[in-house]
Unconditional design. Sequence first.
Length: 152
Amino acid sequence: MPRPAQASRFWRTYLRYQYGLISLLDPFVRGWWRSYGLGNVVELRVPGRRTGRPRGVLLGLLRADGRWFLGHPNGDVPWTRNLEAAGGGEVSFRWPGAIPVRAHRLPEGDLRDAAIGATGQHVFPGNVVYRLARRHVRAVGVYFLIEPVGDI
């Protein structure tokens, strides 16, 4: 039986710093991704809540049981709030093309657990970090079911 989900001050702080470092490296990673791709990394483009201008963020697309998921392990962040407010956006598997998607925030339950269980698909070191922080991620992580709109 899995241990109950529990938020962790250590993981909350560690993940905040990790994602701060990722944001500093974004221009370099984005250039590499646009040229060569990078594992399960996609670009989510979603309108900002206040400006309506498209915002792009590189994320790891998780796949489980034929479904797509996007999420953040440390609770709501600007892109999760924008995605929830917009109800969808575009996902780019390869620059510059994109497909329109709908997004549904997942409540606690089997589908959200499947998304969290799929975090081993992330590129290193994310796959290891998510595994070590699993209880924290289950307690505070925000995940969305992503569905293509129309034919892909």
